[in-house]
Design a protein around this ligand. Sequence first.
Ligand code: GRF
Length: 191
Amino acid sequence: MEKLTGPKKIKTAIFISGRGSNLNNLIKFAKTKKSPIIIDLVIANKQAKGLKYADQYKILKKIINFKKSKIAEQKILSILEKKKINFICLAGFMKILSNNFIKKFKGKIINIHPSYLPKYKGLNTSVRALNNNEKFSGCTVHYVNARLDSGKIIMQKKVKIEKNESEASLDKKIIKEEHKLYPASILKIFN
Ligand code: GRF
């Protein structure tokens, strides 16, 4: 007899370039009953450390070299199509996706960024916030559009900067919040 399952979950790919703590966190979230997504694919642009989580949880992983980014994107699009992926979460993915790619997945690509956007787009967010004596930083989950870290904000969370805060201590506080904010944002989108 066919197993009774709930409504179909959204087939999702996670794109990474590094450590993969958000990937690990999203995989765990996706295994919960309340998760609207199922993670069927991990894409990396290099031998990223975080790929170990794809191995651990037996999720298909693909490493795509971005030396020729147009070709790389074409390869990714064909894998996404083959695997019937219809939602993408960028999680520390360090390549900028082209307008053409984004258009094909309009409204279906989201990203997590370690600042309280629109402040501190781009890299080295914590150092810049500290150098400017900000009172808080934070993290933001947003839709991806053609401009860097500028798409519509889904959810964001402030993190207080203490006196004598170091880059490492701030990063640690932010990543902890990221791990709550990313699943919460996905729930917000689909519920
Ligand atoms: C996170 O801080 C995320 O906001 C940024 O890159 C970092 C990725 O960390 N986009 P991890 O690889 O998920 O541990």
